[in-house]
Write a protein that binds this ligand. Structure first.
Ligand SMILES: NC(=O)c1ccc[n+]([C@@H]2O[C@H](COP(=O)([O-])OP(=O)(O)OC[C@H]3O[C@@H](n4cnc5c(N)ncnc54)[C@H](O)[C@@H]3O)[C@@H](O)[C@H]2O)c1
Length: 116
């Protein structure tokens, strides 16, 4: 939600958008100290927060949470929602020397959700 908007979530979206440029500001300030700063942008990931949101959305729409989950899953070109390990793997990469030339980058880990 730092990359694209959705209805009824303006403050959430503004906060996530802020992370993108805060990251870049920190990256250029801290590069001389050899500190890299990158941001990770997960798509829908099956965490407690999302499980609870699926329940609430289902209740609001008068359908089961699985109906909502299927609708959201259908928007992911990879054909599934993320799991926490998908995000952890990206963070491990950014924390490793394999990404030593990356700073100020936005790493989207979302099964292609915002690519379409
Ligand atoms: N799950 C998603 O689909 C998704 C997608 C994009 C971004 N995000 C963002 O990722 C972050 C984590 O989301 P999540 O889905 O894992 O949420 P979650 O509610 O499942 O987990 C949040 C965790 O943070 C801990 N926490 C809360 N306040 C804390 C504090 N002050 N100090 C230390 N720990 C604290 C909670 O105990 C909990 O374990 C949030 O900023 C969320 O907006 C989540």
């Amino acid at each position: 939600m730092g990359m694209v908007a959705m209805p009824n979530a303006a403050s959430y979206i503004a906060a996530k958008g802020g992370v993108r440029l805060l990251t870049k500001a920190a990256a250029i300030e801290l590069a001389p100290s050899k500190i890299r700063v990158n941001s990770v942008h997960p798509g829908f990931t099956e965490t407690d927060m999302v499980k609870s949101a699926l329940k609430d959305l289902g209740k609001g729409a008068g359908v089961g949470e699985n109906v909502i989950k299927d609708m959201i899953t259908a928007r992911h070109p990879i054909g599934r929602m993320g799991v926490p390990m998908d995000i952890a793997n990206a963070v491990c990469f950014l924390a490793s020397d394999d990404s030593s030339f990356m700073t100020g980058s936005e790493v989207v880990v979302d099964g292609g959700y915002v690519a379409q």
